[in-house]
Design a protein around this ligand. Sequence first.
Ligand code: SF4
Length: 225
Amino acid sequence: MTTALDKVDSLEELAEIASACTACRLSATRTNVVFASGTKDAQVMVVGEGPGQQEDEQGLPFVGRSGRLLIELLSEVGITREDVYIANVVKCRPPQNRDPRQDEIEMCKPFLRRQIELVDPVVVITLGNFSSKLLMQTTTGITRLRGKAYEWWGRYLVPTFHPAAALRGGERVKNDIRADIAIVRSLLEGRIIHDSEEAPNLANSVELIPVASEEQLGLFGTVSS
Ligand code: SF4
C-alpha cells in the first residue's frame, strides 16, 4: 500500500505536512509536532518512542535528560549530534508521557517510513521496545533483541535500550547501550562478518543477523506497490 507521503520527496515538505497533522488524538494535546533533528546526510538514524515534555515544548527530539545521555554515549565513540538524524515513532507527545497506542503508531508510521527512505542512513538505532518492535515487526522484547546487528532493508539495524531506561537502571543498562553503540561504530567502519564467513582479523567485528526480507514484509510490515 502506498500513502500520499510516499510521494513526498523532501524532508522539509514532510516536516511541513507533519506540523499540521491531526490524524490521531495526540494532535489535540501537543504543543509542537516533534518531527526530527539532524541532517539528511546522516549515516546514523536514531529512532525513539515519542516526545516528552521538554521535547513537546521545544519542538525538538531528545533535548531532555535522556537525550543528553544518548548524545554523551554516542560521543564516546566519536559520533556527534551533528552526525545523527533523530526521530520518534510518534511525532506528538502522549499525555502524561503514557505509552503511544497502537492506532497512534499506525497513523504516524508513514512519516517515519518516509524519513528513513529520504535520509537513507547506513545504520538505524532503535531505542527501546516501541521502535525496535515496530521496525523489526516482532513481539520479542528489547532485552533479547539488543546486543546484535541486523541486516534490514539494505542497511543495518541495531536495537538498544532507551536511554531513559539507563537513567532508571544505572551503570549496567548504560554499559549495555555502550556495547550496542560500539556495534554501530564497527558497522560504520565496515568491520562486518557476512553469514558464516571465516572470521577475518578484524577487532570487534560484527556478525549480521538477517531480518525478514522486503518481499516477505515490506518496510514496517507494509508492502509498497
Ligand atoms: S502523532 Fe503523528 S499521526 Fe498523530 S497527530 Fe501527531 S503527527 Fe499526526
